[in-house]
Design a protein around this ligand. Structure first.
Ligand code: S3P
Length: 170
């Protein structure tokens, strides 16, 4: 990242707090928060779980990439991404070139606790064993982010730390 930071992408596993932290950062940056999951749902015209069931993950990823591409021109925004959006060279490269990418890192046991009552809306969180496997696999992608933040604390605390990083980039 050599250019001026006018966009922040929050990446990380399901349950890392990306959407909540993006909301907290709205006030701190005076930018707007965008949510790739919400934009994808809008484009699909369906919630994620039934779409996954009917059309499969590959089709969901196409819609998710469409949502990502649709906001490329938008500046002064904090973008909460879905847990799989940064996985894959094309998407990760796109985000790394477009803004400051911040990885919200949370240990798996904390993630599991946070997702306990949300497994119905997250199709990839239903099988705990499979989830542990792709948690490990995905870390090698998340590690490409410009910044890693320990996101075990509250969204407000995480947002404060990201704000300090952002202020240093101005
Ligand atoms: C996914 C994470 C979800 C959502 C979809 C797939 C993933 O977003 O995009 O269920 O592959 O990790 P959150 O990270 O907001 O839960």
């Amino acid at each position: 990242m050599t250019q001026k930071v006018d966009k922040i992408y929050l990446v990380g596993f399901m349950g890392a707090g990306k959407s909540s932290v993006a909301q907290c950062l709205e006030a701190k940056t005076k930018w707007s928060a965008l949510d790739i999951d919400a934009l994808t749902v809008e484009r699909m015209g369906s919630p994620i779980a039934p779409f996954f069931k009917k059309y499969g993950e590959a089709h969901f990823r196409q819609m998710e990439r469409g949502a990502l591409l649709s906001i490329l021109d938008v500046r002064h925004v904090v973008v909460a991404t879905g847990g799989g959006a940064f996985i894959g060279v094309e998407n990760s490269h796109l985000m790394l070139c477009d803004g400051l990418v911040v990885w919200l890192d949370v240990p798996l046991p904390v993630i599991s606790r946070r997702l306990e009552h949300e497994r119905d809306i997250r199709p990839l969180a239903r099988d705990e064993v499979a989830m542990a496997a792709f948690y490990e696999k995905r870390r090698s992608f998340y590690e490409k982010a410009h910044v890693r933040i320990d996101a075990t604390k509250s969204p407000e605390d995480v947002a404060n730390r990201i704000q300090r990083v952002w202020l240093n980039c101005l």
